[in-house]
Ligand binder design. Sequence first.
Ligand SMILES: [Zn+2]
Length: 131
Amino acid sequence: MSFSANPHAEAFWQNVQEGRLTFSRCCADQCGAPQFPPKPRCDVCGSEQTETRTATGTGTIFSITVVHRPPSDALRKHAPYGIALVDLDEGFRMMAHADPDLAIGARVRASFAPFGDRTVPRFVVDTPPHP
Ligand SMILES: [Zn+2]
């Protein structure tokens, strides 16, 4: 299964199919910047020494929109669905599917759900554990 011509994006999507959300992190001394989408070169310092890490999947909703009219008939059964920008606790922002009822500022965690012909990250409300 191929999702992209970009090998780093390809690896990201393969990890998503296995239920893991990955990003890259700069390994240069005194940098350590998180990179998303995963990429071979640090956006901050230019180092080519990066490592792939698995995110905890927890974060905060930065913005969200709700799709009522999907771009194809095949996706109609998923509507309405949310598309959100999520600030992950590891310090990077990503766009992903989300529960359409979420509000800006909500604490969320990643789940994984089928969408069309693949599995995508889908953020849901992060309910704190019972005391
Ligand atoms: Zn760096």
